[in-house]
Design a protein. Structure first.
Length: 229
């Protein structure tokens, strides 16, 4: 795939600035979101007090987690085997995205706005966005959500209310993606947390080639299910 493309919604990806910012405005409608993710673009609202701007990004380089490179520490492996958590898929999407939007002690605000929540819940109803839920004693204690197109899963956000619950969600997401035949897990930007789990960065041009190949794969994410260790 070329770094530029013809779109009725977005300018050429090559026009993104050094931070990956491509454009302001637009809509969070399903057709916008599907075209964006299919071309390596994602929405990331900029929120400053009462100001909220819809912005679209395509950073270079791009962070991914290769499905065979997920690092699971011995401590995390013991926690997964302990049976203290129960894991489900697509059973509580609205609760997961609400958990991701909740204020965190180390952040002054959230980019998961009400408009974003409504858009991704609509995408979930249409079968495009999916969640992994982690439960303890029938309480939701962690999870993640993202968009699936063909064999690409674009991870959006995760949260935890118990130690390691988000890592457990990521572990089961990766296992599920491998079982379903996915080839690409986009995590957008590198963090210290993702680096510890085995993330890597790709030049944007390489990432876009991977996107084009992955979204052409005839695989699906699947529906609601309960996961066993």
């Amino acid at each position: 795939m070329s770094a530029s493309f013809n779109s009725v919604y977005f300018p050429p990806i090559s026009s993104a600035d050094e931070d990956g910012l491509l454009m302001f405005g637009g809509e969070l409608a399903p057709e916008w979101l599907l075209e964006a993710y299919s071309h390596g673009i994602f929405p990331w609202p900029i929120v400053d007090q009462h100001l909220e701007l819809l912005a679209w990004f395509s950073p270079d380089p791009r962070a991914v987690l290769e499905l065979d490179d997920l690092y699971v520490s011995k401590r995390l492996a013991r926690r997964i085997r302990s049976g203290q958590f129960q894991v489900t898929i697509n059973t509580a999407f609205p609760q997961v995205i609400a958990g991701c939007a909740a204020p965190r002690s180390y952040e002054s605000g959230t980019w998961v706005t009400d408009d974003l929540i409504a858009a991704y819940c609509q995408m979930h109803d249409l079968g495009h966005s999916h969640s992994v839920e982690v439960w303890q004693d029938d309480q939701l204690v962690g999870g993640l959500y993202g968009i699936a197109i063909g064999g690409m899963f674009a991870g959006e956000s995760m949260f935890h209310r118990q130690r390691d619950a988000s890592k457990v969600a990521l572990y089961f997401l990766v296992r599920h993606l491998k079982q379903r035949g996915f080839s690409l897990l986009d995590i957008q930007q590198t963090t210290s947390h993702s680096q510890r789990m085995g993330s890597t960065e790709l030049p944007r041009a390489v990432f876009l080639q991977r996107v084009a190949q992955a979204i052409a794969d005839p695989v699906t994410f699947g529906d609601k299910l309960e996961v066993t260790c």
